[in-house]
Write a protein that binds this ligand. Structure first.
Ligand code: NAD
Length: 247
């Protein structure tokens, strides 16, 4: 269902070609926003840009093209990201640099490029896709956790820096969400159906989270309805962060 409060707003969604980002792009369009997708796998089109978020010039060019086509950017959803598994002993520095480059510096890069346009917007909102690991220690995820902890901490710092600019910065922290990313993870397991059962069992409600459920939270934070919500981490994790699940 559309919401008149989104009419005329323009959103940029990174990672918008797949999974959580694609669900966010669909939901924001459904609500009435015009949506530009920045994704390294995007098929180039009117508001679809094949952009690596770590490439400063490519991001600047894509932002300039969105402005040329629409005249504004009001909403930015940063969903582009990659995963990493392992303990501190298992990822080398090259892997640390690769993951931090995309998940942290890539996010900063896109926000910086959009900033002047967000400052000019009467309804500016940035939503960063962090993770349940930003709030709770999970085994075997130290590098990914460092990257998503940084995403959450920088969200709060930017919320403070840009309060007077009228830009809100919030994060969503999803638990394991049914996306092509998780599909790839399961496909690479020795026993994909046992691996899926283990992932489902890790969720307090016994199932994976739907990308649409994350998109609903993102669209709430992105739009004017959440105008008094700033600097929060909204968990979409079935309770991982907040409830103790007794056997
Ligand atoms: P996904 O792999 O389905 O989608 C990620 C998208 O990001 C892809 O389209 C990919 O092309 C794009 N991307 C990756 N690196 C990029 C780069 N350098 N430049 C531009 N685009 C790039 O994954 P997803 O599960 O939808 O994950 C989206 C976000 O949600 C990620 O930031 C991830 O960390 C986060 N997240 C996912 C889960 C989960 O369980 N799926 C849980 C918590 C958080």
């Amino acid at each position: 269902m559309s919401d008149p409060r989104f009419n005329g707003l323009v959103a940029v969604v990174t990672g918008g070609q797949s999974g959580i980002g694609a669900a966010c792009a669909d939901r924001l369009r459904e609500l009435g926003a015009e949506v530009a997708v920045f994704d390294r796998d995007a098929a180039a089109g009117d508001l679809s840009f094949a952009v690596d978020v770590t490439d400063e010039q490519a991001v600047a060019d894509a932002v300039a093209s969105v402005i040329a086509q629409t005249g504004r950017i009001d909403i930015l959803v940063n969903s582009a990201g990659i995963g990493a598994a392992g303990t501190i002993a298992e990822n080398d520095n090259a892997e640390w640099r690769r993951v931090l480059e995309i998940n942290v510096i890539g996010t900063a890069n896109v926000i910086r490029a959009c900033l002047p346009h967000l400052i000019a917007s009467p309804s500016a909102s940035v939503v960063n896709v962090a993770s349940a690991v930003s709030l709770t220690g999970f085994p075997n995820r130290v590098l990914y956790t460092a990257s998503k902890g940084a995403v959450l901490s920088m969200t709060r710092a930017m919320a403070a820096d840009h309060l007077r600019d009228g830009i809100r910065f919030n994060a969503v922290c999803p638990g394991t969400t049914e996306t092509p990313w998780i599909g790839r993870l399961l496909d690479s397991a020795d026993d994909p159906s046992a691996a899926r059962a283990a992932l489902e069992a890790r969720q307090p409600h016994g199932r994976l989270i739907a990308a649409d459920e994350v998109a609903e939270a993102v669209s709430y934070l992105a739009g004017p309805r959440s105008g008094s919500t700033n600097g929060v981490a909204l968990s979409v994790d079935a309770g991982i962060e907040s409830i103790y699940v007794a056997d």
